[in-house]
Design a protein around this ligand. Sequence first.
Ligand code: 9MR
Length: 363
Amino acid sequence: MEKIQQRQSSGGAVRVAALLSLMVLFACKPEAPVGPEDKKIYTPVSTLRGEAPFPVGTAVQSGRIDQSSYANLINKEFSSITAEYEMKQDVIHMGPGSYEWGSSDAIVDFGVKNSIRVHGHALLWHSSAPAWFDTYSGDNAAFEQMMKTYIQTVVTRYKGKVASWDVVNEAFEDGSGAYRNTIYYQKMGPDYIAKCFQWAHEADPDALLFYNDYGAEYDNSKRKAIVEMIEDLKARGIPIHGFGFQMHINYNWPSLSELTKALDALKATGLKIHFSELDVRMNPANDLTSFTEARALAQEERYREIVTLYKTLPAEQQFGITLWGIKDNESWLLNFWGNPEWPLLFDSDFRYKIAHRGMVEGL
Ligand code: 9MR
């Protein structure tokens, strides 16, 4: 009994001493952080657009740029915008000769009003072919005429406001580099790409015209097909000014040497190069349920590496780098892959991730 009392009273003394020292600690260090500090976010000292020698862009949606939180962040950080989906044919082209301009106008107006470059995306993409194409009854010549009218109507509407266009998106198959068997290929034949560039150029001779695709980063056959197509267009005097690497990459793939090889191959065409849809998957193997500090550091390094690679291009070939969205929780990757993901520079509360620091430091 006595032993128990002694233990209790010495335990009590230890607790009182510990409490006192804690009080002293807090009294001396009132600024000490409460709770663990989140090292995955940081306070920026500079902005992307402030640091970059070339335009840095983001994909936008009309329903978001209406909100001041987005508008303010875009104006602060970015000098270029691309419509994430609202300047595609399935949103604009309602039927032969019928157009819906509400969302695309809102995005272009936002760019013009804020002196932010607008990159047009994308005039032809098989994945955004309007559903009514399936029941279109005109012959191939009529379809081709309709595509010419569509391209020239859109490009003319935004002449002087949209600086550049992805004229054709994703025209080659994965693995083989064969022409993708799209409705455009079927109805207009293999020369449809050249025709689309020519039509767009007629409508706005000042617009820079891009071919945009994924896979050139790592797929040798597709990359070879793209380079050959570009060289063919150039040799025939068809106006093509740029190539867009979409750059949907992972934190650990493709390797820097693979990406360097890819960039060098397209650099050799002399065209302007756009990293047009950059995001970095952090959970491709689905081994994370929450974003760890170690993975955040890997992301910071990856963004730094990508920007450093981009800067190996001569200045006249640097069209810019566009992020495919702003906040992690709104990335297309979440729905597409179904894994938890954190691919972008801002978290769901618009807080700056250290990935932003990596990108800024690489610039
Ligand atoms: O991120 C875009 C998503 O919000 C759209 O629903 C989708 C269809 O319009 O397009 C996504 O963006 C794609 C881009 O236009 C072309 N490269 C692949 C992108 C991801 O699918």
